[in-house]
Ligand binder design. Structure first.
Ligand SMILES: NC(=O)c1ccc[n+]([C@@H]2O[C@H](COP(=O)([O-])OP(=O)(O)OC[C@H]3O[C@@H](n4cnc5c(N)ncnc54)[C@H](OP(=O)(O)O)[C@@H]3O)[C@@H](O)[C@H]2O)c1
Length: 260
């Protein structure tokens, strides 16, 4: 390997990106293709995934596929994995990106349904996909798995208790899976801070701006600002990085009354 370009080259690689229809997943799927990978984009809505796959093909000339999957449903995860291998032939990069944190009024208003939805999407789905795909990667040529966690895992506030618990669990399984499937499969997590994707549309902007004054960079991030870390973790540039949880958060630090 020589120049920096080659270290980040993903030519011939095959990637599955969950939650690839918008936000961080969409910019990641596009960036992986720009670096040379074939990709399969997944979310609940087939049409939205088709649109992103078409955009990737048009912009990069790489093969790109779409496959709908409700990641909260255990039985659909096995189908997604089979479909991904059928389309791509192999998987070298898995990005467990889909996630969400619904608003709730107060902790006692969190019902079983909200708890299950949050934990199933943010923790159970990445567990199952990593188990199924990591095992196949380890039996073949290895690979890189990237779990998209959250700054909330390390610095939770009152409005995201189930989500923070699920993402903290995701950090834990990241380390455990790096041991399960090493040495050929690397498993890492990214803890994003506040990114201005669709999720920011429900934020109270005044409260957010006040909170952001406490970040080292004093602002939220554009979605594209996740791409450098994604390409680093996906590629040989991070060949000695595994079991790591990397913050990409602009120096995120929340006051005790954050979000309120
Ligand atoms: N934005 C931030 O500030 C921030 C901060 C910390 C962590 N994160 C994490 O970063 C990741 C991406 O966030 P984002 O801001 O890009 O979110 P987003 O814009 O809301 O996009 C979420 C993606 O996940 C898919 N999705 C949601 N529920 C799903 C389900 N049950 N099954 C399958 N796909 C589902 C959505 O597509 P469909 O609606 O078509 O299913 C969409 O593609 C998440 O894990 C999030 O927790 C984000």
């Amino acid at each position: 390997m020589s120049g920096p370009g080659e270290r980040f080259d993903l030519g011939g690689r095959k990637a599955l990106v969950t939650g690839g229809s918008r936000g961080l997943g969409k910019v990641t799927a596009l960036a992986l293709a720009e670096a040379g990978a074939e990709v399969i984009v997944s979310s609940r809505r087939q049409e939205a995934c088709e649109e992103v796959a078409a955009e990737i093909r048009a912009k990069t000339g790489r093969a790109a596929y779409a496959r709908a999957c409700h990641l909260g449903r255990w039985e659909e995860l096995d189908d997604l994995v089979e479909a991904a291998y059928a389309s791509l032939g192999s998987i070298d990069i898995l990005v467990n990106n889909a996630g969400m944190s619904p608003l709730y009024e107060r902790p006692s208003s969190v019902g079983e349904d909200l708890w299950d939805k949050v934990v199933n999407l943010n923790l159970r789905a990445p567990f199952r996909l990593t188990a199924l795909i990591g095992e196949r990667m380890a039996a073949a040529d290895g690979g890189s798995i990237i779990n998209v966690s959250s700054a909330a895992a390390a610095s939770p506030h009152a409005g995201v208790i189930p989500y923070a618990a699920a993402k903290a669990g995701l950090n834990a399984i990241t380390t455990a899976f790096s041991r399960a499937y090493g040495p050929t499969v690397r498993v890492n997590a990214i803890m994003p801070g506040t990114f201005l994707t669709d999720v920011s549309e429900v934020w109270d902007i005044k409260t957010f701006e006040r909170d952001a004054e406490g970040f080292a960079l004093r602002r939220g991030a554009e979605p594209e600002e996740i791409v450098g870390t994604m390409l680093y973790l996906a590629s040989a540039a991070s060949s000695y990085t595994t079991g790591a949880v990397l913050a990409v958060d602009g120096g995120y630090l929340l006051p005790p009354n954050a979000g309120r």
